[in-house]
Design a binder for this molecule. Structure first.
Ligand code: KIV
Length: 263
């Protein structure tokens, strides 16, 4: 099984890390059979799997259910679980009440957004023996404060603040850091400054790894086409075509055939 030490080594060796989200058992089995390095049960499940407009709607109960389903579909991949909205903003003790069921559901690490104001919580989780992945830049749980899904760190002051947050998260003991929607130059600078690996999404080619939402990279998310996204499959189209073939065969009476029937 991959561990946090392997990720540090991958950075040192210049071997890029691939990460994807998964939210359910069926997809987890497919990811498990792939060469992808690690899996994130992101709080994006509130949007992708439940149809909510933002990740603010993810709850501990929701995350634990998805983490448990994904963990049952994995045999050896490193599994990170997102801590949902506000679960780590009520102090270290309250945060551990969320970390506990996530880890018992099968996560190997937790990810949480931001750092300012909850430094002690990050430290406490790490000291409790739970690996923590940081997440800065566009932090979707703060979407209403950020004023939308916008690139962060475009000017010198905000870029410097991102670097300061990254350095602080490393100091607090994070084993890795997600950089979301930041200019490539800023991501490259942060990646150079840190010893822990950075995982980018919308952060250009110079981070130590990349993460994408599984349904986005498989083309299963409708018209969602941000600049950073590459679709590696046309899932919406392919799945619709398969369903239409099924419908045609049923209505034409050609499915099931004799071979597909019990004698
Ligand atoms: O929730 C999520 O899917 C994430 C990734 C986009 C990094 O946090």
């Amino acid at each position: 099984m991959t561990s946090i030490h392997d990720f540090r080594k991958m950075k040192e060796d210049g071997r890029k890390i691939s990460m994807v989200t998964a939210y359910d058992f069926a997809m987890a089995r497919i990811v498990d059979a792939s060469e992808v390095d690690c899996v994130l049960v992101g709080d994006s499940c509130a949007m992708v799997m439940h149809g909510f407009p933002s990740t603010v709607h993810a709850t501990t109960e929701m995350m634990v259910t998805h983490v448990a389903a994904v963990a049952r579909g994995l045999s050896g991949k490193f599994l990170v679980a997102d801590m949902p909205f506000l679960s780590f903003r009520k102090g270290p003790a309250a945060a551990l009440e969320c970390v506990d069921p996530l880890m018992k559901a099968g996560a190997h690490a937790v990810k949480l957004e931001g750092v300012r104001g909850h430094e002690a919580t990050v430290e406490q989780i790490v000291r409790s023996g739970v690996p923590v992945m940081g997440h800065i830049g566009l932090t979707p749980q703060s979407i209403h404060q950020l004023g939308g899904f916008k690139v962060q760190g475009r000017d010198e002051e905000t870029a410097n603040e991102l670097l300061a947050q990254a350095v602080l998260l490393e100091k607090l003991g994070c084993f890795s850091l997600v950089l979301e929607c930041v200019p490539s130059t800023v991501a490259a600078r942060i990646t150079r400054e840190l010893r822990i690996p950075t995982i980018g999404i919308g952060a250009g080619p110079d981070t130590d790894g990349q993460v994408l939402v599984l349904q986005d990279l498989l083309g299963m998310n409708g018209d969602f086409r941000p600049r950073f996204l590459r679709r590696f499959f046309d899932g919406d189209e392919q799945l619709r075509a398969a369903l239409n073939r099924y419908h045609s065969e049923v209505t034409a009476g050609t499915f099931p055939s004799g071979n597909e029937s019990y004698l």
